[in-house]
Design a binder for this molecule. Sequence first.
Ligand code: LHQ
Length: 259
Amino acid sequence: MPDGVRVEVADAVATITLDRPESLNALTIPMKVALREALGSIAGDRSVRAVVLTGSGRAFCAGQDLGEREAPDAPSLDVELRERYNPIIRAIRSMGQPVIAAVNGVAAGAGASIAFACDLRIASTEARFVLAFGRIGLVPDSGATWLLPRLVGAARAAEIALLGDAIGADDALRFGLVNRVVPADALATESRAMAERLAAGAPLATALTKHALDRSWGIGLDEALDGEAKLQGIAGATRDHAEGLAAFREKRPPRFTGE
Ligand code: LHQ
């Protein structure tokens, strides 16, 4: 595809592939626009219940295309972030469907930030994360300064962000940066299997769970307890909740419809 982003939907799972392998899927403006549009259209599509985001070739994503930055008419960095990167991060966090980053290779700069913004990360043994920003005199962006400490804690986040060393798959697992590590040739299958499990869940309960987990960072326990009661009131009024109870009673798997 000319814009470097491919989207395939099969059995309630959308797979978004960053597809510019010759540049390690480094992000150009058309790719960022296409990624934002793909996420927006999936968010509004009730038939899609889980998303896998991955890269083609040997990389997940090398972050901003640095060649593009050297063009005389390149937008300023803050405009680029506000108009193109931040909406991608917000779209991933605000969409109801869970997003799995299937990290097939290097994730650098904003490519790492995008992986951090996903709900779950499955890394191939070939994956590595590079907070490459400092190497080119920039600050971690696209959510990295907020997401990273929440994933790995303050001390490790400072080390990763300030030193910028590449983190391999095993260390990423040890640090809690990824949920699991699988052999490279099993990544697509394992990610798909996890996405299918998520897609079989009750969509509203999944969306509300995602929302509640995100919201928890900015509130105290009392507010969280109130918030959970409110969300449970909403989830408890759905047909899917009734279906879950019936399936338990009848000793069969539930068939959730999103109603
Ligand atoms: C690339 C890139 C790349 C273009 C590899 N661009 N070609 C947001 C707001 C606005 C602007 C500023 O930035 C941001 C956020 C950011 O993302 S800043 C961080 C941008 N990314 C980087 O600084 C990473 C630059 N790349 C690297 O450090 C390395 O390429 C990594 C560590 C990703 C991979 O290293 P290797 O495995 O050794 O591969 P390589 O360096 O040989 O790259 C392979 C090819 O991909 C090569 O092209 P060539 O024609 O020589 O084969 C690279 O030039 C190209 N490439 N990253 N970001």
